[in-house]
Design a binder for this molecule. Sequence first.
Ligand code: FES
Length: 180
Amino acid sequence: MTTDNWTEIKAACEAALPADVVAYIQRYQGTAHSESQLIAILHMVQAAAGYLSKEQMNAVAQLAQIPLAKVTGVATFYHYFRLHPRGKHMINVCLGTACYVKGADKIGQRLMGDLGIQFGETTKDGLFSLESTRCLGTCGLAPVVMVDDQIHGPVTPGDIATLLDKYTKKEKVSKLPVQV
Ligand code: FES
């Protein structure tokens, strides 16, 4: 943003955020509670957009009158906040104790290798995001991988290609033209 006109800055910031977030910020603007609402505000932004973009974090900082460093500091400190767009399918590798002792680290390594991304990243085609998580409550199936809301287990590194294929094929089928 190259203007220092507050009206223009404010309008651009409001346009970068959902209307309910703007209204929420306005409720606390300039009050002693402004900073204490930051996590709630970031949760609302992420719920609407799926992640926190630099533009949105800047808009929150400007409108809530909180230093940008504080906003980005909170966003990067909490594992829950995502700073990049989320893929269509979310893969969560359980690294809880039961899964870890049964080789969850090797599952993670295999997924990173096959997808070409690290934990916390999304594939270039936007199809998969890879995350790690703690106990999913299904230790009896360890080691466990959750794709979207579906639990898979026990999983071996050799199962990963088939697992990914299943979701990749699903995408290809859904893109086929409808036959009439
Ligand atoms: S430790 Fe992985 S499901 Fe419990």
